[in-house]
Design a protein around this ligand. Sequence first.
Ligand SMILES: Nc1ncnc2c1ncn2[C@@H]1O[C@H](COP(=O)(O)OP(=O)(O)OP(=O)(O)O)[C@@H](O)[C@H]1O
Ligand SMILES: [Zn+2]
Length: 294
Amino acid sequence: MALYGAIEGGGTKFICGVGNEEGAILDFISIPTTTPEETLGQAMAYFAGKGIEAIGIGTFGPIDVNPSSPAYGSVTKTPKPHWSGYDLIGHVKKHLDLPIGFDTDVNAAALGETVWGAAKGLSSCLYLTIGTGIGGGAVVEGKMVHGLTHPEMGHISVRRHPEDTYEGFCPFHSDCLEGLAAGPAVEKRWGKKAYELDASHDAWRFQSYYVAQALVNYILILSPEKIILGGGVMNQAHLFPLIRAEVQRLLNGYVYHPAVLEHIDDYIVKPGLGDKAGLSGALALAIRAAEQRK
Ligand SMILES: Nc1ncnc2c1ncn2[C@@H]1O[C@H](COP(=O)(O)OP(=O)(O)OP(=O)(O)O)[C@@H](O)[C@H]1O
Ligand SMILES: [Zn+2]
């Protein structure tokens, strides 16, 4: 069976793996994210001699995902030191003469989930990660959503909880969704690590208030057939029922579909691919890139 390379590029680590078209990850390594040359140098050394047919890259952004743009495949303007403007695809091409699939980590994860995971068999799904930041990706009618650039679902505006006095930490918008509900916001607001807050803590009432508002907006705009919530903060599994109930409260019967009205436990779910959603998504990107070359 043919082998494919996958890279999940994150702010703290790059995970590189080799898998097959059944979605099996046969091997992977984790490389710390330092400078682009150092990190990608190690990644390219890993793939050398592995016999892969194509490579998929799902990465943190913002990135240029427009194939007709001169900067396609590069990181665009980011506050992250060393990475602004870096040509990721250019680096990979110097080492591997293969079809390359390229997208955001979250668009890749959404794709992987529709191919092998919780949204298998569906033509749409939304994947939201709530970690150090908040990022969302979506597949609609079988394709990742792109436009002017790529979606930036973490930075939407949400209504403030009336009891919340925390100013928010987003350097661009202060109290956007990410500024109020990513892991660092929870920790700064309460002065404790998120995993130290027990299930009855007010933190989770605030958290579900914000995340549910975001999901309601995504539901109303994109109408995804499945919503998948990943990222470190969602390890707090008790958030799922809180978020589902709040989504139903906010929609108030308006989206008249059994998925939302009756089967919401099966509509807003954790990743079917677990902590491999991003890497499997990159694998799915590689397979798509190989198919498009044919
Ligand atoms: N068990 C947990 N409970 C609550 N919060 C957690 C838990 N584990 C990690 N977090 C929080 O999640 C954040 C890290 O998220 P994650 O593990 O998804 O890493 P990440 O890849 O750096 O995030 P990002 O996708 O934004 O780059 C931290 O703010 C951390 O406090
Ligand atoms: Zn923001």
